[in-house]
Design a protein around this ligand. Sequence first.
Ligand SMILES: NC(=O)c1ccc[n+]([C@@H]2O[C@H](COP(=O)([O-])OP(=O)(O)OC[C@H]3O[C@@H](n4cnc5c(N)ncnc54)[C@H](OP(=O)(O)O)[C@@H]3O)[C@@H](O)[C@H]2O)c1
Length: 243
Amino acid sequence: MQRTAVVTGGGTGIGRATARELVAAGFEVVVIGRRPEPLAETVAELGSAVTALSLDVSDPAALTEAAPRLPAAVDVVVNNAGGNTDIGRPAPPEGDLVALRDSWQANLDANLLSAMLFTELLRPRLAENGRVITIGSIAARYGAAGYGAAKAAVEAWSAGLAFSLGGRGITANVVAPGYTEDTEFFRGRMTDARRTTLIEKTATKRVGLATDVAAVIGFLASPQSGHVTGQVLHVNGGAYLGG
Ligand SMILES: NC(=O)c1ccc[n+]([C@@H]2O[C@H](COP(=O)([O-])OP(=O)(O)OC[C@H]3O[C@@H](n4cnc5c(N)ncnc54)[C@H](OP(=O)(O)O)[C@@H]3O)[C@@H](O)[C@H]2O)c1
């Protein structure tokens, strides 16, 4: 039977690599993002198994409005949209608590509330034995202010989801990447020195690639992963020894 997956942030980076992985596994894939251009590039690369929907998944009104354009039945949800909203923005001025609150709120909206709201929208459409896979981050274990806190909260939310959906055979897991290239995450701001430091922290002595993360997502999307739930799967070359 045809299986359907929805990948948020599917126009670039880890999301596009995930769409590629899921198409290869036989899924029909809907890719979602705010900008139409990267989504169109994903469709152009992967062909007729992929359709695109421009949507801000952190906006409850936009989600409600888009509901009729989303698939009626969904086997796999990949909550991948997100990123560190502090990158490229000036730091909040010392003592400006409003600006500080706004910067944290932006990361919570982009990473935690987006995944939670999108999953709630699709919850009634999730197929028996479905999968909810949410992208966390090594930052959940190492700080990174509002971004790390938002990704840590993603882990707690996903653990609760595993129990509320488990009776339907649906699993909920987090895939937590370390430093990953082939993405727009760093907005061109990664320096050679910082990159070298991040590679040195790994056991594998190399950068992570979007395909490394997508391969683990592909396993979690497969029928063989049905007894893996409530977990955080780390994809970081050993830079953080998971648990
Ligand atoms: N790259 C790394 O080193 C790294 C490490 C740990 C975790 N991660 C996580 O991996 C995930 C994927 O990021 P990436 O590394 O592949 O970077 P990326 O290339 O910047 O991908 C993020 C994608 O999410 C989309 N997006 C962001 N906010 C959205 C929203 N509100 N609604 C819909 N789409 C939205 C973006 O498209 P639009 O801008 O067009 O909406 C973009 O396609 C993120 O959750 C990120 O936090 C990345």
